[in-house]
Design a binder for this molecule. Sequence first.
Ligand code: PFF
Length: 452
Amino acid sequence: MAHFDNNNRESWASRTGFILAAAGSAIGLGNIWRFPYMTGEHGGAAFLIIYLIAIVLIGYPVMVNEIIIGRKTNRNPVGAFKALAPQTPWYIVGGLGVFTGFVILSYYAVVAGWSLAYIFKVIASTTTPGINHADVFVGHITSVWEPIFWQALFMVLTAGVIAAGVVKGIQRCVTVLMPVLLVILVILILRAITLPGAGEGLAYYLRPDFSEVTGRTLLGAISQAFFTLSLGMGVLITYGSYLTAKDEVPGNAVSIVGLDTGIALMAGFAIFPAVFALGFEPGAGPGLVFITLPAVFAEMPLGVFFGILFFLLLSIAALTSAISLLEVVAAWLIDEKGWARGKAAAMMGIIIFIVGLPATLGYSVLSGVTTPILDMDLLDTYDWFANSIFLPLGGLLAAIFTGYIWGARNAIDEANKGAVGFRIGAWWGFLIRYVVPVLIIVIMAVGLYDLF
Ligand code: PFF
């Protein structure tokens, strides 16, 4: 096998640097907002069991696959496929990843901007008696300039971290923020489960109700697995490219999956007991976080304090995910186009911000604009294309590439280099060649069939 020159590329400064960065990417809006709500909607613990199966059968094998493609080649997603399969069109799979990162970040920054704004807005909402929390949220997203300001601020923060580099930017940022995130979450859980009446929320969250399980539950579990683990778009190829052959992969991937799943479960423990204890319904979508929770905090002793902490938590989680998305795009420009890191971060930060503007304005000047067939607002349309099409497609093509072009045997040998305890074996090859492609194809087919 060819040896790929690692020229002047940066590497993570420690083992935890990689784990924290990858976990920081995985842990985001998907865990703190989407996971608890999906679990509650789809039969509580029944959904959890299916989701855990999806993580084992698809999430883990795809994660290892992406990390080793990156580590083997020390390249961005486009360069990685070029290095492993020269003179073939497989690099397009990497290009699809870069494009997907671009699209996801453009609307992710909009929701992250709402979260930043709420660190401050929640003060007024929790201290003004009789305030209508739905009006506050709708008022915010329908005003033209306010959400644009917070979206721009979030992009500046994200681009600032990327401009500072892999170790001085990304690693330093996650090393400080991930422990903060964990501490905040633990404080919120302790507050929630000690409220009188919290038990009802715990029951709602944990009671396995298989009668609620349908085909859509399976779809939901699998798309959640892709989104929450940051799979299918080259984040882990890029982060893996800053590893060396001495670094371990199979066990680190277990840690990353474990951290992501653990934080998602914990978010449910922070949210449901509080929502039920204070007599609210677990609403769907953005409402749960931006409307119901401020109402819950308003009723709670010291609610202002816990409200600020919650939106700080959500913003931190969003930032450490957003930097991974921008890093994919930046790494491509740096490696393939010879751009300086600072220029790549700044230029792409600005362009991605502009591309996201229609999603922001979809609630104000462009309100009422919906997409044909999908019949969704603009932000949901960005989200649908990214999550229902591009992520599963990216994961599928990368699995086919490894299973049939690079070769599962080569990949297994690569993955076990540097492994200290746990190693992968032929079972991984079976998953990547058959189980992953078949499940993704069936799920995408069912999803698209539903639509037309
Ligand atoms: N994993 C992130 C979350 O759960 O919010 C979102 C995400 C980040 C998806 C990076 C995809 C990605 F490449």
